[in-house]
Design a protein around this ligand. Structure first.
Ligand code: CMP
Length: 140
């Protein structure tokens, strides 16, 4: 299995509750290595561009408002099969459907305030990583 990188966000509901360390511990316990990380406050323009694929969805505006409501921690995670592994440890988008022991089952408040984002494919991971990180900020 190849070593992959994926992009992750610890969302405002989690930073607000001081859960960055707890989320990171769950990522690391799943075998993912945090090879880049920074805490930022996303601008509206950044959130709208990042979630551009969801522009036509009814939840788009609320999602951008939520993602700019407080600090987030953007991350690059590395490991074997990192994209799928991160999606597994995150759990389903809606915490009501998330498996026991997943980040969203344990910590998420709702489908919107769902604590974490993770790339859904290696291609999107590369795009999302490049949106927030320079190559020199990623230390494998
Ligand atoms: P994320 O993985 O960050 O990608 C898009 C986000 O939209 C998703 O997580 C959810 O937090 C948010 N969202 C809000 N409402 C919905 C919805 N009804 N269906 C899917 N995603 C939603």
């Amino acid at each position: 299995m190849a070593i992959e990188r994926t992009f992750s966000i610890i969302k405002p509901d989690a930073t607000r509750r001081n859960l960055t360390g707890k989320v990171n511990a769950m990522l690391e316990a799943a075998g993912l290595r945090i090879v880049a990380q920074k805490r930022i406050h996303m601008s509206r323009a950044q959130a709208e561009a990042f979630y551009g694929v969801h522009k036509a969805r009814p939840f788009f505006n609320d999602l951008c408002t939520f993602m700019t409501s407080g600090p987030v921690v953007v991350q690059v995670l590395e490991g074997e099969n990192a994209v799928a592994k991160n999606r597994e440890v995150m759990g389903a988008t809606n915490p009501a459907n998330a498996a026991e022991g997943t980040i969203r089952k344990v910590h998420a408040e709702s489908i919107e305030a769902n604590s974490v984002h993770g790339s859904d494919s290696p291609e999107n991971a590369a795009t999302e990583i490049a949106y927030f990180f320079a190559g020199t900020e990623i230390v494998g």
